[in-house]
Write a protein that binds this ligand. Structure first.
Ligand code: SF4
Ligand code: SF4
Length: 337
């Protein structure tokens, strides 16, 4: 057994805003909940109010000593949201050192990415085999891997088409000069039922247990605008490493009940605009991005959840206390696909 995780920490306090912009997606993957793609909450208006309230929240955190900001957009498919680029442009212009990240199915054409890539530091490109146009995904990946700081090729391991996913990723590794491949088992919260996704084929299980992240860089790429919106792991043997949520999940280290968690460091905005601190439900609802932001601010709580499931929650700074609490299993209010 390896060293025990004792802390997720940030060198300087940073605020991460994770925004599930709406519930429209141009894909409808069979393992996904229609609540993530049906599109009955398009949220296409109110651009000025979104920006005014975001501005006020950022100013509040700055006053509390937070110097760094990270915005992570997911959906649905965020690149299909009408307000997406105007809000990203506002962030880029007013906070040039903020980190801007997006989780996308990479279905936009190459020209779209060439026009807007300057806005983004991190692109998490989820590969969903059922509806992905592989040629486009490959073309975009080959261009983006040299033109953004971080491109994650996140391979969602579809159970029936498992080896097709593997084969495609292996091919990408031969054509992308830089790559960061994340082999990703399906999250249970992607489905409409809860409970861990169980792969029935032992060969799938064996593959997942022996594959996690593969990286390679052979050509230069742009530098990050700030190094300060990154979390790190600290273990009981005092070793440290960059916190990667996928890695923590694969190693089954995402059990934090009894830990102190800085839920106020992560604001989650759900597809109807409700804001909570973290997406796990522990931080509670604190308002609405269009209507009421007065209760949004830094906060630390004790975690009572059995399992921390969402990537953006796992990287929130938190530390082990040794305290044992009776944990509860709640249905997550979000997913990051
Ligand atoms: S898993 Fe992602 S790409 Fe697939 S339908 Fe759901 S939100 Fe869209
Ligand atoms: S489940 Fe929520 S409260 Fe618990 S560690 Fe994760 S983000 Fe923090």
């Amino acid at each position: 057994m390896g060293p025990e995780l004792r802390e997720v920490f940030a060198p300087e306090p940073y605020l991460a805003i994770t925004w599930q912009v709406n519930n429209f997606c141009n894909f409808s993957c069979s393992y996904c909940n229609p609540g993530n793609w049906a599109g009955d909450n398009p949220n296409n208006g109110n651009l000025d109010i979104y920006i005014k309230n975001l501005d006020e929240i950022v100013k509040r955190y700055k006053k509390a000593g937070y110097k760094n900001f990270k915005f992570f957009f997911s959906g649905g498919e965020p690149t299909a949201w009408r307000n997406f680029i105007p809000i990203c442009e506002w962030i880029y212009e007013t906070m040039p050192y903020a980190t801007l990240a997006v989780n996308t199915n990479l279905s936009r054409p190459l020209k779209w990415w060439q026009k807007h890539a300057y806005l983004f530091d991190d692109i998490v490109a989820s590969f969903h085999v059922e509806q992905c146009n592989k040629e486009r995904y490959e073309e975009n990946s080959m261009w983006l891997c040299e033109n953004v700081n971080y491109l994650s090729t996140k391979i969602l391991l579809h159970e029936e088409r498992f080896w097709e996913c593997v084969e495609f990723a292996e091919h990408l590794k031969t054509v992308m000069p830089n790559y960061f491949v994340e082999w990703t088992p399906l999250y249970d919260e992607l489905s409409h039922v809860t409970g861990p996704w169980k792969y029935s084929d032992p060969k799938h299980v064996q593959f997942i247990e022996s594959h996690n992240i593969e990286t390679h860089q052979s050509v230069p790429k742009p530098n990050k605008r700030t190094e300060m919106t990154v979390s790190y792991n600290r273990y009981d043997d005092k070793t440290e490493q960059v916190c990667n949520a996928n890695d923590i999940i694969v190693k089954s280290q995402n059990f934090f009940s009894g830990w102190k968690c800085n839920v106020g460091d992560c604001i989650f905005i759900n597809p109807v605009g409700t804001m909570s601190l973290a997406s796990c439900g522990m931080g509670g609802d604190v308002g609405h991005i269009l209507e009421d932001i007065k209760n949004v601010g830094p906060k630390q709580i004790t975690c009572y959840k059995e399992m921390c499931m969402c990537g953006t929650d796992i990287i929130i700074p938190k530390h082990w206390t040794g305290e044992t609490v009776k944990s509860e299993r709640k249905i997550p209010i979000s997913h990051i696909a």
